[in-house]
Design a protein around this ligand. Structure first.
Ligand code: UT7
Length: 320
């Protein structure tokens, strides 16, 4: 029993913020951002939030899959920026789309969130506990950015991507996932302070901080390694793979991974130029773009890979 992707969807906020827009409100430039990251613009929420974008992306994926919300047994959202601590974003989606038969919960594996959500659903499907799942990666990263820290806030954006997966005789052919908590503080965002009667502390808001060079080094070594591992598991080589759909953090990371794998950059679709880094949402948004452009045929093999906060990483090889 395998797990096949049968539909995809995405939602991006309406408001486009270019590098030039940012250079009007902080000491940065299009030249710095474009040349170091490949990012030219990003979408930021004005009226949207994590749940509303998730719902839209989910409805697109349901339409693409040709199923009904009642057919869904499980909803998992990969996110670190839900609108509420509880209910989970997945429960909000369940209510909004009328997936009355679905169990629903969120997972937090930062930029690996969609991969971990997909693999968790795969385990449920393999165990015979469910047949059809809705997997979402969704983030409103703009709310956890320090807009006075030009080193981080220019890199990230908001959005959501979704996929419907179902038990089938083909689909996920191999998966790898891992974590190294010892390096967790290199990309961190502290939660709210505790104000119970025993704790004296100032009320502060906490924002994202990052050691960019440490995360960069981690990504360019770990991602090729886990892609080799997942291809070995499936008895495939890089030549068998039509597209490598990577987390969209930085064009230089993607170029370095392509070089280390000895694969043409043409096999690495890109969306970070328009959307920036959207953590758990990057992979499903790009997967939907590739799917909706009609670039995938039944039988094609693709690799998806996420990496980032935790630090965490993961890769799947999927037969379409
Ligand atoms: O999902 C995973 C998420 N994280 C990543 O993928 C991050 C991976 N790391 C990176 O992509 C890179 O490390 C960055 C793009 C984040 C930064 O590039 P860098 O070459 O490592 O730059 P840096 O942090 O060493 O900064 C170089 C200079 C500094 O100035 P000085 O000290 O040399 O005078 C910064 O203050 O660039 C300055 N700087 C900026 N200048 C203009 C930092 N941010 C900006 C900015 N605009 N936005």
């Amino acid at each position: 029993m395998r797990t096949r992707v049968i539909g995809t969807g995405r939602c991006l906020p309406e408001t486009v913020v270019t590098n030039d827009d940012l250079s009007k409100i902080m000491d940065t430039s299009d030249e710095w951002i474009s040349s170091r990251t490949g990012i030219k613009e990003r979408r930021l929420v004005k009226t949207e939030n994590t749940a509303s974008m998730s719902v839209y992306a989910a409805q697109e994926a349901i339409k693409d899959a040709g199923i009904q919300p009642e057919d869904i047994d499980l909803i998992i959202v990969g996110t670190l920026t839900g609108d509420y601590v509880t209910p989970s974003t997945a429960c909000e989606v369940q209510a909004a789309i009328g997936a009355v038969h679905a169990m629903a919960f969120d997972v937090n594996a930062a930029c690996t969130g969609f991969i971990v959500a997909l693999n968790t659903a795969h385990m449920y499907i393999q165990a015979g506990i469910c047949r059809t799942a809705l997997i979402i990666g969704a983030e409103t990263l703009s709310k956890i950015m320090d807009w006075d820290d030009r080193g981080t806030c220019v890199l990230f954006g908001d959005g959501a991507g979704a996929a419907i997966v179902q038990s089938a005789d083909t689909g996920i052919l191999g998966l790898v996932q891992g974590a190294d908590g010892t390096k967790g503080m290199s990309l961190a965002c502290q939660d709210r302070d505790n104000h119970n009667p025993l704790v004296q502390s100032d009320r502060q808001l906490h924002y994202t901080s990052m050691n960019g060079q440490e995360v960069y080094k981690f990504a360019v070594t770990k991602v090729p390694e886990c892609i080799h591992q997942v291809l070995d598991q499936a008895n495939l080589t890089t030549e068998d793979v039509k597209y490598f759909i990577l987390h969209q953090a930085n064009i230089r990371i993607i170029q370095s991974v392509a070089k280390r794998l000895k694969v043409s950059e043409d096999k690495f679709p890109i969306s970070l130029d328009h959307y920036g880094n959207i953590s758990a949402a990057s992979v499903p948004i790009l997967l939907d773009e590739v799917n909706k452009k009609g670039l995938l045929q039944r039988g094609d093999k693709i690799v998806i890979s996420g990496f980032g906060g935790g630090l965490t990483w993961g890769a799947d090889v999927i037969e379409w």
